[in-house]
Design a protein around this ligand. Structure first.
Ligand code: PEP
Ligand code: MN
Length: 297
């Protein structure tokens, strides 16, 4: 049930200058804000998504070893991240590429949480892994390739854990909101939407086209907090800084950024991963953008 007291008004983004028509009769009944624009905060422990504080989720693409994940965890915490990411089950294009460490990876994440106090987000790829991943994760990630795996969405939703739903790389915004509806319809109201770039015709300089249109569109349609992933959204480390700043300007409630101690040696997504120093610099450059919009980063 929606508690109207808990809504925060839309933050002072450019999107609020021209009011949008109220969302009425949308097929995503639970994801819609129902005519009252504003973001309904999602709380996970002490972390609040959709409030004044922009939440930073950071960590490696894949959990590669205990040392790697602990290293990154301490480094990103020092820069201001409050949620640690890292895949233990990896959806790789090729079956011959590194597939993740499975439960060992989950254990390393849990140890990092214990030692740093960071929350843990990690991907669950298959219904049969949901219970196991849910034993370790604070937030379940549903990846782009699984956005339309509706039975997985329902299964993950029923754990009651918060779910971050990445946008399918070829999904429309409507399809994405309807996928979120599958989770909300299980009675789980802690859903985060993550824009991570869509496929485009230009693959020479970018891996995906980060669709920042989606941020104010979702804000105008839905009460769900929006996460932006400029790492997968661009595919290139040097583009992560500018698109982080742009995501904040567009109204993002959280950022997901890939950080690796040595991106050149990463087992996945090294090209788009930042070193801890680069990550620190990106956040420092983006902070004034957040401040200009009345938000903290
Ligand atoms: C990831 O976050 O590492 C990942 C696999 O993302 P996506 O599902 O957006 O490709
Ligand atoms: Mn990745």
């Amino acid at each position: 049930m929606i508690d109207e007291e808990r809504y925060t008004p839309m933050s002072a983004t450019a999107a609020t200058v021209v009011p949008t028509a109220p969302a009425a009769n949308r097929p995503y009944r639970l994801a819609s804000h129902g005519g009252q624009p504003g973001t309904r905060p999602v709380r996970v422990g002490d972390v609040v998504f959709g409030g004044e504080q922009i939440i930073v989720i950071a960590g490696p693409c894949s959990v590669e070893s205990r040392e790697q994940v602990l290293d990154v965890a301490f480094a990103v915490r020092a820069c201001g991240a409050t949620v640690l990411r890292g895949g233990a089950y990896k959806p790789r294009t090729s079956p011959y590429d590194f597939q993740g460490l499975g439960e060992d990876g989950l254990r390393y994440l849990a140890e990092a949480r214990e030692r740093t106090g960071l929350l843990i987000i990690t991907e669950v790829m298959d219904s049969e892994d949901v219970d196991l991943v849910a034993e370790y994760a604070d937030i379940l990630q549903i990846g782009s390739r699984n956005m339309s795996a509706f039975r997985l969405l329902q299964r993950a939703g029923r754990t009651g854990l918060p779910i971050m739903l990445k946008r399918g790389m070829q999904a429309t915004i409507r399809e994405w909101l309807l996928a979120a509806e599958y989770i909300l319809d299980t009675g789980n109201d802690r859903v985060l939407l993550c824009e991570r770039g869509i496929r485009s015709f230009d693959t020479e300089y970018t891996r995906n086209c980060l669709d920042l249109n989606a941020v104010p569109v979702v804000k105008a349609e839905s009460h769900l907090p929006v996460v932006v992933d400029p790492s997968h959204g661009t595919g290139n480390a040097h583009l992560v800084g500018p698109m982080t700043a742009a995501a904040i300007a567009a109204g993002a409630d959280a950022l997901m950024i890939e950080v690796h101690p040595d991106p050149t040696a990463a087992l996945s997504d090294g090209k788009q991963s930042l070193t801890p120093d680069q990550f620190d610099a990106v956040l420092n450059l983006a902070r004034p953008v957040a401040a200009a919009l009345g938000r903290a980063l």
